[in-house]
Design a protein around this ligand. Structure first.
Ligand code: NAP
Length: 286
């Protein structure tokens, strides 16, 4: 079958590889947002389609049997365009969206917010609030290691912010956290320079727990601001924050558009595709 995979994620790369191995004819579409994207196997096209109308035109010209939207859970505009364009062209659509982090046991202690503006306000409030004694959670067996990690950052108040929301979502944090000690970690530098007191950390996951503990401890991070991307590659920062008793501000996912089957992993997406029937030749009986 001919399949258009809307990509930009590791899951999309894995999906393209899996579907290709199963003999499907896969084209992956990338937005062109990252400077050196990891490319999936199979055909790749790059750049926006030009809104819903552009995607409709592309679907009519290329006529894939199905579209699998494997964009990032926060790529809400592309997902909405895919839902509209597939409805208009009658193209079967599924959404591959890995589970978020809300089921983690520590998620009940996070500050959940609906958007980045709210996250910025909450983070600014947390770092300017009167200092509370540092709490170390977890079993007493781990305490020496966790105390050592905190010590690496000295005894000063942990008033730093680690911001891991992606380069395109940094804007709402600039003003509310302009005077804060912010470490902004992202794959590529943002287009506009960061505020003077901020430090840019360019890095691409996966990240290991020991490194995340060292990062949070050595920079005296008091607040981790992130979004509910889900997956394992970037979850170690949450484990590290739990270990060190660091506050977490978590931006909720945007809702998935209606009309698409939502699939949790590559195997489910491949199984969904196998259930789609390729349209047969037109019925010419009188
Ligand atoms: P977005 O806001 O939903 O989409 C903005 C526009 O970018 C879309 O309207 C579309 O342009 C174009 N676009 C997005 N994904 C595309 C794709 N796979 N193929 C072709 N065009 C695409 O998306 P975003 O949040 O900026 O993310 C851009 C890309 O980065 C996505 O592919 C996403 O999977 C990946 N990504 C996003 C995040 C995140 O946190 N948002 C994190 C990691 C990776 P037209 O309207 O012109 O078609």
């Amino acid at each position: 079958m001919r399949v258009l995979v809307l990509g930009g994620t590791a899951d999309a790369r894995r999906l393209a590889a899996e579907l290709g191995a199963q003999g499907h004819d896969v084209t992956t579409s990338l937005a062109g947002a990252t400077s050196a994207p990891l490319l999936p196997p199979g055909r790749v096209r790059t750049g926006g389609f030009g809104g819903v109308a552009g995607l409709v035109a592309w679907l009519r010209a290329d006529a894939p049997d199905a579209v699998i939207d494997a964009t990032h859970p926060f790529a809400a505009r592309m997902s909405a365009h895919a839902a509209d364009a597939c409805a208009e062209t009658g193209t079967p659509l599924a959404r591959l969206s890995r589970p978020g982090w809300a089921d983690r046991p520590d998620s009940a202690g996070w500050r959940w917010v609906d958007d980045h503006d709210a996250a910025a306000r909450v983070a600014a409030g947390l770092i300017t609030a009167p200092a509370a004694p540092t709490k170390l959670h977890g079993s007493s067996a781990d305490l020496p290691a966790r105390r050592a990690a905190l010590r690496r950052g000295g005894t000063g108040r942990p008033d730093g912010v680690l911001l891991t929301v992606g380069r395109q979502s940094v804007g709402p944090y600039r003003d509310p956290l302009a005077d804060a000690r912010v470490y902004a970690r992202m794959t590529d530098a943002p287009d506009a320079p960061l505020p003077p007191g901020w430090t840019l950390l360019t890095a691409r996951g996966p990240f290991a727990l020991d490194d995340e503990v060292a990062l949070l401890g050595s920079h005296r991070i008091g607040v981790l601001v992130t979004k509910d991307s889900g997956g394992d590659a970037t979850a170690a920062k949450l484990d590290a924050a739990a270990e060190l008793g660091i506050a977490v501000v978590m931006v909720r996912r945007p809702p998935s558009p209606k009309g698409a089957a939502v699939l949790a992993d590559v195997a489910a997406a491949a199984a969904w595709l196998s259930r789609i029937r390729r349209p047969g030749p037109p019925d010419r009986r009188p």
